[in-house]
Design a protein around this ligand. Structure first.
Ligand SMILES: Cc1cc2nc3c(=O)[nH]c(=O)nc-3n(C[C@H](O)[C@H](O)[C@H](O)COP(=O)(O)OP(=O)(O)OC[C@H]3O[C@@H](n4cnc5c(N)ncnc54)[C@H](O)[C@@H]3O)c2cc1C
Length: 387
């Protein structure tokens, strides 16, 4: 019997543990954090103390040394309460392990919840088209000197160290992309908040670099096999993070569906429970079915990553379909609450705003489909060749 859809007892215990952490350390602050557009350090510290920021991290650095499936369980379960916390947890786990080269002391502090790291790639003309970045580093007097501007940077302000994608000069007179470690308090770094529609407590920043100096040994990913440059470093992380983004959206939608099912079993209109109308019950079961199917696909992607297999198909399929179907599910649930769902009093409007943000992180829905086109039809059908 090779095929096994069950989680182990230990994994089920982990799910219960994370659920308790979310209830005790996250749930009560959600409304306030959303309104203030800020998550307090005490909440991040709470995630660190519970070990959730270093689930797949090395034990010698304070991590738990678990695998991607366990991390998936953590993200799905946290997302049932809050997508921002799930995203912060996903970023800290994957950046510190799949983008090697951070200072070990920084990693220890991240796992304790005392520091955060982030990745700054996107620019005004380089969102989906990540190769088109214009932020550049020149070499001067034994330092890299960075100039440029990044946008949509998660956890800025807040993160202590950024991995910044830059074009660096090579010996043959050309340039290649690298990710350089840059302390966020380095002279010449500026940051302003870009107010968001959803996941407001996690914060997005516009980060400027004006003659920012970092040492020549600041490149991330140096010690990793098969990593030729910064682009390869980015690709190595995506097959995991895209499955996690799918599970973040799916966890969000499943929690909202569960709550809505309880609601339609009680709420009466025209003298009967609204759940007795098939125009109400059918969409609920349709969304639930899609969520369960996408969940399997996302966990299959993580399982392939654990086995060291290429999970590009599962990661991109689960992300585009999981996030799209989750947005539809939460929107549909909101309708079932009537006008109450549209008001701030109920949490469903926040959940809808939050889940929409997951359509962009780590690549848009269309970009996910382009990867599937590459996988199924071939690279030449992606239609991405530059003129
Ligand atoms: C919540 C959140 C967190 C984020 N965190 C980070 C972060 O930490 N670090 C970071 O660097 N960035 C981050 N981003 C930015 C994110 O990576 C980008 O939004 C994403 O890569 C898309 O880029 P863009 O928004 O500039 O869209 P664009 O690339 O400008 O695309 C615009 C639209 O055109 C579509 N499109 C473009 N080309 C094609 C094509 N060939 N075929 C079909 N459709 C196409 C896209 O799908 C999209 O709908 C974050 C964004 C969000 C919303």
């Amino acid at each position: 019997m090779a095929l096994d859809f069950g989680f182990t007892d230990k994994q089920e215990e982990l799910r219960e543990f994370v659920q308790k952490v979310a209830e005790s350390k996250v749930k009560q602050g959600l409304k306030e954090w959303d309104e203030k557009e800020e998550m307090p350090w005490s909440a991040i510290k709470g995630l660190g103390e519970a070990g959730l920021l270093g689930m797949i991290g090395l034990e010698k650095l304070g991590g738990k040394g678990l695998d991607y499936i366990s991390l998936g369980i953590v993200i799905e379960t946290l997302a049932r309460t809050d997508s921002s916390c799930a995203m912060i947890c996903s970023m800290q786990n994957t950046l510190t392990t799949l983008t090697p080269g951070w200072d070990e002391d920084d990693i220890r502090e991240v796992y304790k919840g005392n520091k955060l790291v982030c990745i700054a790639t996107s620019e005004e003309n380089a969102g989906s088209d990540v190769s088109n970045i214009s932020t550049a580093a020149t070499i001067d007097n034994g330092d890299y000197v960075i100039n440029g501007e990044k946008i949509h940077v998660s956890l800025m302000p807040g993160a202590s160290v950024m991995g910044v994608s830059v074009m660096v000069p090579t010996d043959d007179g050309k340039t290649r992309m690298e990710f350089l470690k840059v302390p966020s308090d380095a002279p010449g770094v500026s940051c302003e908040i870009m107010p968001e529609m959803g996941m407001r407590s996690h914060q997005l920043g516009r980060v400027g670099f004006k003659d920012v100096r970092v040492p020549l040994d600041s490149a991330l990913g140096k010690d990793r096999d098969n990593i030729k440059d910064g682009k390869a470093l980015m690709y190595a992380r995506w097959n995991v993070t895209r499955c996690l983004s799918a599970l973040n959206a799916i966890g969000t939608a499943l929690a909202v569906l569960d709550e809505t099912i309880e609601f339609v079993k009680k709420k009466e209109v025209y003298g009967r429970k609204i759940g007795m109308n098939q125009a109400v019950s059918f969409p609920l079961i349709e969304h639930y079915t899609k969520m369960e199917a996408c969940k399997l696909l996302a966990y299959k992607g993580l399982w392939k990553n654990v086995r060291g297999e290429d999970a590009a198909r599962e990661a991109t399929m689960s992300k585009w379909h999981g996030v799209t179907a989750a947005i539809e599910a939460v929107g549909s649930c909101l309708q079932m609450y009537g006008a109450s769902g549209y008001l701030k009093d109920l949490d469903v409007e926040r959940r809808l705003r939050d889940v929409m943000g997951l359509a962009f992180t780590g690549g848009t829905i269309n970009v996910m489909k382009l990867v599937v086109v590459r996988e199924l039809l071939g690279k030449e059908f992606m239609g991405l060749s530059r003129k």
